[in-house]
Structure formats: C-alpha cells, structure tokens
Design a protein around this ligand. Sequence first.
Ligand SMILES: [Zn+2]
Length: 195
Amino acid sequence: MRVVQVRCPRCGRPSFSKLRDSMVFCEDCRTLHTVTDAGPVVIEHEIGDFARELPMRKVHMPFWRLFSSVNILSETVSGGWVARLMSAASGGSRSGNLFIFVPAVDLPPPVYKYWAQTLTTNPPQYRSVERFTAERLPTTIDEESARKLADFLILSFEAEKPGVLQDIRYEVAVQHSRLIYLPFYEQGGQYQPGF
Ligand SMILES: [Zn+2]
C-alpha cells in the first residue's frame, strides 16, 4: 500500500496517510484533516465510544452527518417516509430540520442504504471519546459527494415503498456537516452497532 507523509495543519506533527483513507488523524492534538489541492482542511468530527463489549472485530465507521433543512413542496399520498419524519420533527409542518447520515465508507449498496436509512430515522445516541479505541475504517466518500448522495438516498427510501407514496417533491439544503465515527462490530461482512 502506498503511503504519503502529511503534516497536521494545527500542530505540525508529521504523520503518514494511507492513500485509501482521505482522513488523517493527529495523535498529538486530535485534529482530523483531509488534504485537498488547496491544502489541508480541518474536518469537524466526533468519535463514538463502544457501549458494550462483544467478542468480535471492533471498528469505527465514518458517517457524514448532514444537518439539513427539508421542505416538502408536495406529495400525492400521505404517509411517506420523509413526510412522517418531518412531521415528527416539527409537529406536523411541511418543513423542518433533520440529521441525514451518509456512510463515508465503501459498503455493498444494500448495507450502505440500510445504515443511511436506519441512522437517519433513528439518530444514534453515543458517548464521545477523544481518541479512536478500535480500527478506523477509511473514509472514501468526501463531503461534497455525501451532499449529493443525501438527496438521492432520501428519494430511494421513498421509492422502495411502492404504493405508500406515488409522488413527492421536496428540497434539501445541507446547513452543516460533521464526520461521525460510530462504533461497530463486524463479523463476516455483517455490522452490528456498538453504541
Ligand atoms: Zn496535530
């Protein structure tokens, strides 16, 4: 595997970055950053702690948590996923804010969609820690791609429930993003939450 040397943009500590992982974590000052053509960019992040111990491989899986405003313009049949979510979040109005969780790691498409939908529907509760306590999975999806995927993911959640909703029009605007590393157990390609 090829590695490149990078320097922490905050404290200058040199570290090595595996090319497959676009994120670099400084062990000295706990800054997470990514390297762009314009130079290093510090990434706001959180690391979720393991709430239980299981005899399986432990990993920290990255998700882009996009704080988003959603505005439902129209829907022909009520009861769709976005509509229900918005209604719960804002007491029945047609617009409101929600956290959209977009996996930042390569996963098989069904697994990818499952975690996006599960975590967006039920935002995870976790205790934050300052350092990684397990293997950090590589971030392969950048924030810009995550923003584009968010819209598509919401639509796919709806489209997969035929008969529930025939048509929906909405706008999504991402207000703020953060990379959240959630604790998971892995066995045979199956992931189980550790939070
Ligand atoms: Zn540093």
